[in-house]
Design a protein around this ligand. Sequence first.
Ligand code: HSE
Length: 432
Amino acid sequence: MINVGIIGFGTVGTGTAKILIKNRSVIKERTGIDIHLKKIADLDIKKDRGIKLRQGVLTTDACALINDRAIDIVVELIGGTTIAKDMVLMALKAGKHVVTANKALLATHGSEIFRTAAKNRVRVGFEAAVAGGIPIIKVVREGLVANRIKAIYGIVNGTTNYILTKMTDEKAEFADVLKEAQKLGYAEADPTYDVEGIDSGHKLAILATLAYGSSFSIRDVHIEGISKILPMDIEFARELGYKLKLLAIAKETGGKVELRVHPTMVPEEYLISKVDGVYNAVYVEGDAVGSTLYYGRGAGDLPTGSAVVSDIVDIARGIVSGSAEQFYSGSVSPKPKSLMKMDEVISMYYFRFSALDQPGVLSTISGILGKYDISIISVIQKGRQLGKAVPLVVLTHLARERDVAAALREINRLPVVAGKTVCIRVEGLHAA
Ligand code: HSE
């Protein structure tokens, strides 16, 4: 029998406990291993979570749980990067295998945690840290291990995907939809982590570390959120044949890795454009396998609990076969890949200028774009308000980020441009 202790009895803790209890016999039939939920630690052990536990399972003493000699695997589900970090390090040093869903912790202190695990010859499982119930960690680490990973494009935050879907379908404003998303319980404790792209950035750093064998952290990811997106830009995107998604993108070009999270226009016929609501999807392109796509629920008690329990079973299998201590989950290549600077990144772009509706303005703007080697694919101008500002939308071919920044600086200073230009990156082949 393998004994498990959970620290943190919130949404994911409850889902994990439910699965361990309800599916104990299924897991035993499938693996031959009896996994026993021995303890759950939380500060609040009074609240009814709709789950029946034996007397003595609940405790407020997380340290005693970690030091319980009978417990083989400690599951950290408290979140955050302070107490959670202390608990995880304490468990690893006590020789316990650790399972965590904590993306912020791994994307911030991953190196220290994996070093400590290796030193103590124990494993860290973190399937639940990226895209909840989708087994994407296993995909990148095991299923696609034979490939050089050319690119990863992920919708890895359910809250922002829900907000963008509602803004698209109902032409609703960002702030109104955010309130609804929070009520549904998918958002992080601090929803700015969701809407400003930080949660997606954490997840991207973890995926890129596995895909490229270099230890990437949240500090390596260029991050922009969705809080400034207007329904107007979603509508223009639709007219141009695109959907707006918050994408987490990792690409390797010429030995350099670019890591970025930002609102992105994606051709509406792409499968990833059809991923709506709180669903997540991750597209991974390998040099041998080609294009692959993984889809499912990225948040919530049972989907995330499903991923947590898969790690518990994996580690339990290793313990039973005697191989658990021979490998840990964060191996990093001796030849780390370097990071591409954001200003070297190449992309297509959508610009929305607030331009005065008067003769010559378009040619002035396109002249500046041309000077910086930015070539136009299409232009839309709506409305007719002589002498007043109207939206002027431009879609470009591939251009370099540095040139785009310089061109927009110059354009934003023009007397015929009334406000800061909206700039959204565009992905997809058909305009390349
Ligand atoms: N806040 C996250 C989301 C939860 O909205 O996807 C899962 O990490």
